[in-house]
Structures are given as structure tokens and as C-alpha cells.
Design a protein around this ligand. Structure first.
Ligand code: PHE
Length: 343
């Protein structure tokens, strides 16, 4: 028989056999009988050299094309067979495969709680950019160039006049400048913040803060104290007290560091609070007149308070966590413990 016809016939037969094959074993047998070492198509390909010279090219071409066609037919048939998952019958009443649901990250859970508390007290949520201008992060907040308070916040500069914000306080200024002279200004501003700190159990170069700002006529430190007491009790429980210690921030005057009752010992003093009975949760104060002015408000007519808290710190106190790095390690055994169902 003419070798070209023989190739055509082999291909035809092989394709018919493939169409009839009903398991992967049958396909493999077909592959071996045509394309294996002793296979009939292989034999033709091997004997091309013995053909008269003028036949070699056309037969070779034909046989190679047949080989490719067979290989892809085998592959397609193989895929079709392995795509049928069950021998059946399918039990449509069987339970489906469970899909794991994620949970909120513990930092998200705590931040959501903080925001809920303030929204319930009438605050709105504001935000601002993580890459901030020097003016919003420092100068406008009464921290001029050369002021030592800039050094305390080992900042990341990302260009001339641009810095990864070292605090959420610039949100205060942005919001006031957009809304002046509206009253009251009553916002919380959560966000990610950056400082050139080396990682250790209580520091991370990337962390989270939430800012709060209230500006209106006749706001006093009494309002600040009442607000913080209410906030701390809603977050940590009715039993906690709030304590103010004098402090310094360039953008508030007077300024305070604010502590709450230690959640481990209830003010008796223990290793968790270093024997103090209280734990520091945030910085606060009465908005500095210069900052009010920079925000577009008249410090003679209005006053306000502001505070800023670290979300990691709140979460560590609330859940009794002693190493902040556990928040960032993506260990699901840790992250799944806080019951933060999605909402
Ligand atoms: N921005 C301050 C900090 O990061 C916290 C603060 C905010 C203090 C608002 C007073 C008023 O430490």
C-alpha cells in the first residue's frame, strides 16, 4: 500500500478507537499501539529513510501531522474523561463542601468598636491621605521646622515636603479647612501611620491611630473628660476609671496623657501595668489656638478638644496581648480567636 494512504488509514482507525474509549486505561492502550516505541505510526516514521527520496518529504509531513493530531485527540479525550467527577448517581441532597468564612482582623474589630462608640455619640468619620504634606503633618499643627517634636516622630520623608504621616492629627486640619465655619466639628479620623521605629513587642514602623476632634462654642476640658470616661467605659467596661496626667503636645494646650484602670489588676498594681494600676491609652488636650486658626476658626469664638489613640495599644489592653507583632504575622490560629464575624 502507498505509505501516504497507510498513514491516512491508521489515523482514521485511531480516531475511531479514541472516540469509543471509555476510560483512561483504554486511551493509554491506544496511545501505545500507535505512538509507543513499537507503535504502528512510529514504525512508519522510522522507515521514512528507506523510502525512495521523492517520497520521503510528503510521507514524513503526512505522518508527523497524523502524530500531532493523534496526540491532541488523546489529550482532549483524557480531559473529557477526567472532568466527570463522579461515577454517579449524584445525591443532590448531600451537604455541599464547606467554605471557610474569614473573620475581621483583631485591629479591625477594635477599630470598628471605637468608631461605633463615637458614631453613637454623634461623631462622623473622616479620613486623610497616608502620604501627607509636611505642612499638614507638622507645620500646620504648630510643629514648626526645627521644633524638637519633629524629631520625636522619626518620620519617613518620601520627597520634598512629603512625609508618610506620623500621626492621624493632620485629619483634624484637613477637615476643619474643608468645613469652616460650620459648627460643631465633631469627627473621628482613623488611619494607618508610619514612624521609623524598629520592631519590638510594643513598636512597629506601621501602626494605626484614631483621632477625635470636637470644636464648638464653649467646649471645655470637662467635656473632654466626660467624653473620654464614657468612651473608656463603653470599650473596656463600666468598672474602669480614667486618669489624666499632664503632658505636652504642640497642637494642644493644655495637654494630657490619659490612662485607664488596668484591665488585669483593677488598680491594685500588677506586672502588666508595671505596678501602676493604670495603663496609658491616648494623648489628648484642648486644641491650640494656632491650630484652630490654621483650620479656619476664630480661637476667640470657639474652642475644642482633640485626642489620638493607638489602635494596636487598645487591642493589646483589651485582649491581653503582650506582643504587638502578633497582629502582623498572619497566623490564622492567632487571628481567628477574636470572634470577629464578618458584617
Ligand atoms: N498625635 C498625637 C500622637 O501621635 C496624639 C494626640 C492627638 C495628642 C490629638 C493630642 C491631641 O502622639
Amino acid at each position: 500500500m502507498d505509505p501516504k494512504e497507510r498513514v491516512g488509514e491508521l489515523l482514521h482507525r485511531a480516531l475511531e478507537e479514541i472516540a469509543d474509549a471509555d476510560d483512561e486505561g483504554a486511551l493509554e492502550r491506544i496511545r501505545i499501539s500507535y505512538l509507543g516505541r513499537e507503535g504502528s505510526l512510529t514504525a512508519i516514521l522510522r522507515s521514512i529513510g528507506e523510502l525512495p527520496p521523492e517520497d520521503r518529504a510528503p510521507v514524513g509531513k503526512r505522518a508527523n501531522a497524523a502524530k500531532n493530531q493523534l496526540e491532541s485527540a488523546l489529550e482532549t479525550a483524557q480531559e473529557a474523561l477526567s472532568a466527570i467527577p463522579f461515577e454517579a448517581p449524584v445525591d443532590v441532597s448531600a451537604p455541599g463542601l464547606p467554605v471557610d468564612r474569614g473573620t475581621r482582623h483583631p485591629l479591625r474589630i477594635v477599630l470598628d468598636e471605637v468608631l461605633d462608640i463615637f458614631v453613637a455619640m454623634g461623631y462622623s468619620v473622616a479620613d486623610g491621605p497616608e502620604v501627607e504634606t509636611e505642612w499638614f503633618n507638622f507645620t500646620g499643627l504648630n510643629i514648626p521646622e526645627d521644633h524638637p517634636a519633629r524629631d520625636m516622630q522619626d518620620s519617613y520623608y518620601v520627597g520634598k515636603d512629603l512625609v508618610l504621616r506620623s500621626q492621624t492629627s493632620p485629619i483634624q486640619l484637613r477637615y476643619m479647612r474643608e468645613h469652616a465655619p460650620q459648627l460643631p466639628v465633631q469627627i473621628v479620623g482613623p488611619g494607618r501611620t508610619y514612624r521609623r521605629d524598629t520592631e519590638d513587642p510594643s513598636h512597629s514602623p506601621v501602626f494605626h491611630q484614631c483621632e477625635a476632634l470636637l470644636v464648638d462654642r464653649g467646649i471645655t476640658m470637662g467635656h473632654l473628660r466626660g467624653t473620654l470616661t464614657e468612651f473608656a467605659r463603653r470599650l473596656f467596661g463600666e468598672h474602669v476609671n480614667v486618669r489624666f496626667r499632664p503632658s505636652y503636645f504642640p497642637f494642644t494646650e493644655p495637654s494630657a496623657e490619659v490612662d485607664v484602670t488596668c484591665t488585669s489588676c483593677g488598680e491594685r498594681g500588677c506586672p502588666a501595668c508595671g505596678g501602676k494600676g493604670f495603663m496609658e491609652i491616648l494623648g489628648a488636650g484642648m486644641v491650640h489656638p494656632t491650630v484652630l486658626e490654621n483650620g479656619g476658626y476664630d480661637p476667640e469664638a470657639v474652642s475644642g478638644f482633640a485626642f489620638g489613640m493607638g489602635i494596636e495599644r487598645l487591642a493589646m489592653i483589651k485582649y491581653g496581648i503582650n506582643d504587638l507583632r502578633s497582629f502582623y504575622r498572619n497566623d490564622l490560629r492567632f487571628l481567628g480567636q477574636f470572634g470577629g464575624g464578618l458584617r
